[in-house]
Structures are given as structure tokens and as C-alpha cells.
Write a protein that binds this ligand. Sequence first.
Ligand SMILES: [Fe+2]
Length: 199
Amino acid sequence: MSADTLPEPFQNFVNAIRGHFADGKKEAELWQCVSKDLKTLLANPSLIQQSKSWPNTKQGDGPPSNLLFYEDPEYGFVFNALVKGPNSVTNVHDHGPSWTLYGVLDGGEHIQRFSRVDDNPVGRGPAKLKLNGEFDVTPGYIDVVPPWEIHQETNGDHRTIGFIVRSQKSGTFKQFRYNLKNGHIATYKGPTQIPFNLA
Ligand SMILES: [Fe+2]
């Protein structure tokens, strides 16, 4: 996928991210820097306006899909969107070894974070989870999700549109879903990727 085909604000965003990689920044610092660049992009009226016509990619407790806008041929990061219909709830899940910047464009939702309090290794159950934080996010908020962080998102009675930057494309790595009741852990290949053009 070539960045040349993207609208200019997204080309600029790609170039900024590539610059952080080229500078040799360590992961945690790099994704904090990208988060600042994303903040500017999220305020772009053209992005907010076009997102209103994007199709829902998740309904209720059904499986999520992602719109896929861009995959960087050099560094592997991607631009996605997750468009939740009203009253959507995700599984309790992690994003495996990937970093995720989840920027809210429209709507809002409640996020709960969990940590494991058992001694089993990553990916092996039974998992005992403890709620270690919850908060509401609104347009303009960017949730920086580090590797293996366990979380769940619950929507309200409205659409919620998230513009997402991932360090690698979903489906190229293993991630997990957690059953709060019985501690079962299931392997998950991530949301289906639907190629989609940015305007
Ligand atoms: Fe997530």
C-alpha cells in the first residue's frame, strides 16, 4: 500500500510516524509521540465528517471487523477504524504483542481495564482477572493500549467511531479473549480487515 494514494493529512501523519521510527525511538516513547500526532489528525473536520458515512463494523455483542485504510510497507503499522453500532460490547481481550492507539472520532464509550492476578503464563488459563481501572472516553480522546493489556469496551445508545493506529495488522499475530466467569482463555485472530478508502 502506498502512502501517495492517501489524502494529504494522512500522508503527513504517515511521514510523522516514519520519522519517529527513523529516529530509533523505543516503543513506549514512539507510540506516545504518535499519539500526539494523532491528536491533530482527530481534530481534522474532514476526517470527522467522512467518518459519519462509514458503515458499522460491530453490532451488539457480535464479532468486530475493522475498516483497513493503510498498511505501511516499511514499518508495518496500519490505520483502521472500528465503528460500533449502538449498545455494543466487546469481549474481554488483549491485543497480543501489538501497540494500539484508539482515537475516538464520534460517540463515546466506557473502558474497563484488567490485570491478571494468577501466576499462569501469558495465553494459558485459568486466568484470574482483577478490574484495575475504568473510565469514559469521548471524541478527541486517545487510548494508548500497550501490548497484552486486557480490556473491554462498552458503548452507549449511539454509534462510536474509533480511528485506530496499530503497530501491526490484526490477523498477523495471536491475541487472547478472557472469560471472566470461568477463567478460560481463547486464542483470537483479531477483527476481520475490510479494505476501505479514506477521502
Ligand atoms: Fe481492544
